[in-house]
Write a protein of this length. Structure first.
Length: 319
């Protein structure tokens, strides 16, 4: 394999450069991502993981002053908690549920016969009560709610999870299963706004330390349907979501690699998360797209890590 040819980063956005294979093809050819036959579902190489680990370590370092409680969840939630989150109201198109075979011997024969006849067998599967986690912070709210009122100075939780979103795409930055690292803040509106402002500064500073061309912008989530447009417009108007954008994909606009979210009392109401005075807690989160940041680094500094700028490698703890 000609590593050199793969490592010459091409100017981002120049889709018309026929001499260079597309970014996804270069990543696959270099073995950084490994195809599974399903768009947006990839294996990762040791090199890819070393960058992901370096990013996570950098986020931990800059978040040390948060004294966050570290919580780790598997990439799935119970159906009941998922329902309470109202995710299906906003993003039914993105949710993924886990189904299993729950039948007897007769059912098993039917399943195998379907397979044998190359017929659809998935209608033989039944819901398990397990739903894939759509955002790393979702499992946090019920856990904190159950503990009773928040401490007076609020609470910050550190989470990292693979997340599932049904958005198959050939853009390497739009995966179906990807990692989201988050700090989640629960407290008064003032505490959440201060938290989010701090992290918008820190997110940009991290981007600059990684020598990436970053741009902060107001954003909205992809709320479903006609009614969703109204919700999305209101989210933008109220400036509830900001994103850190970095150009990554061929011939496309920049990609959101971090997000800074203020949910107001949405989750506090749904989960009955209480302030010390009994009022409803507000929440916010900062999310780092681990795969997207890794891909941004590979795009801008090339596929050969030994040629990356030394300060960038140091920021990542010496990858
Ligand atoms: P969001 O909850 O949509 O703000 O997502 C938080 C972060 O996760 C985003 O800023 C991205 O970096 C990352 N992310 C969201 N969707 C995807 C996806 N389909 N593939 C990879 N990363 C994603
Ligand atoms: Zn979140």
């Amino acid at each position: 394999m000609d590593v050199q040819a793969l490592t010459d980063a091409k100017p981002v956005g120049g889709a018309g450069d026929a001499a260079q294979p597309a970014f996804l093809d270069r990543l696959l050819e270099a073995g950084l991502l490994i195809e599974s036959g399903v768009p947006g579902l990839y294996g990762r190489s040791a090199v890819f993981e070393s960058i992901a680990d370096g990013l996570n370590a950098a986020v931990t370092r800059i978040g040390a002053d948060q004294h966050a409680e570290v919580l780790r969840f598997p990439p799935a939630m119970g159906q009941r908690d998922f329902e309470t989150s109202e995710y299906l109201k906003s993003f039914p198109q993105l949710a993924g549920t886990v189904h299993s075979f729950c039948g007897d011997d007769r059912g098993h024969h039917r399943l195998l016969a379907r397979l044998e006849d190359k017929q659809d067998w998935t209608d033989q599967q039944e819901p398990t009560g397990v739903v894939l986690t759509p955002a790393a912070c979702y499992p946090v709210y019920p856990v904190i709610a159950r503990r009773g009122p928040l401490p007076a100075d609020g609470k910050v939780v550190d989470v990292l999870s693979y997340c599932y979103r049904h958005e198959p795409s050939l853009e390497p930055t739009r995966m179906q299963l990807f990692r989201m690292r988050e700090y989640v803040c629960l407290g008064t509106p003032e505490q959440i706004v201060a938290f989010r402002n701090k992290w918008m500064e820190r997110g940009q500073a991290l981007g600059r330390a990684l020598q990436l061309p970053v741009e902060l912008d107001i954003a909205n989530d992809p709320f479903f349907g006609r009614g969703g447009k109204i919700v999305a417009d209101s989210q933008r108007e109220q400036k509830l979501k900001f994103e850190l954008l970095i150009p990554v994909n061929d011939g496309a606009g920049p990609t959101a690699c971090m997000s800074f979210n203020y949910h107001m009392d949405h989750f506090g109401e749904l989960w009955h998360i209480a302030l010390p005075d009994g009022g409803v807690a507000h929440t916010g989160c900062v999310g780092f797209g681990i795969e997207r940041l890794t891909l941004a680094l590979l795009r801008h500094h090339g596929l050969d890590l030994s040629r990356w700028p030394q300060p960038v490698r140091e920021t990542l703890g010496g990858v």
